[in-house]
Design a protein around this ligand. Sequence first.
Ligand code: UDP
Length: 237
Amino acid sequence: MSKPAYDRVLLKLSGESLLGKLSYGIDFRTTQAIAQEIKEVQALGVQIAIMIGGGNIFRGVRGTDEGVERVSADQMGLLATVMNGIALQDALEKVGVMTRHVSAVEIKAIAEPFIRRRVIRHLEKNRVIIFSAGLGSPYFTTDTAAALRALEIKAEAILKATKVDGVYSADPLKDAGAKRFHRIRYIEVLKRGLEVMDATAISLCKDNKLPIIVFSLKKRGNIQRAVMGEDIGTTVY
Ligand code: UDP
């Protein structure tokens, strides 16, 4: 069998990836299925850190739309990611994967604080890291947090799991003529305003030459395919 393309990756899971068929909250079956996939990838010898989003429960901008102050709304969003982190940790442990939940907001009874060297040590000991609470500061997204943490822990790529199988020239759900890019430069993503990750995250990856592999989580086994370097989505480089 061929070798994985990466030794250490940062997997960005949006909160939506835990929705399953629900329109709100956490679908535990879906979470369990993702955990099983992560276990299979880890069995290949790949070190995995996950940045978990919170959009399935709460997004800061939604709060501000309804008149909540932005910082308060983002704090609620941050806590939503911590809930998802707990769910994911539980699911991973159920399939026998050792984990450490690391929150950027101090919440000692639930998760460890972020200490870079300690996190790297966990990874070396084959513990899956679940990062929650983004960067712990408002006005950021978990995409930007994913980019920063990936750099800090020296991940070789960000695996950005989404609903669509890559980056398209237009919204494939609305435009039948939309084409999928196999590879696209960071600058093109920024110029065209393509919805891959927010501009702060893309810029950080661009400045530090950190590749982003965008792929669909809907097809089972895709995390493994992405790690093996198969052409299943779009590489932003
Ligand atoms: N958030 C924040 N700072 C961060 C990361 C996240 O304030 O560093 C808040 C923000 O309100 C965001 C919410 O947490 O809307 C959930 O994160 P995100 O929208 O990135 O989740 P995803 O879209 O990946 O599910």
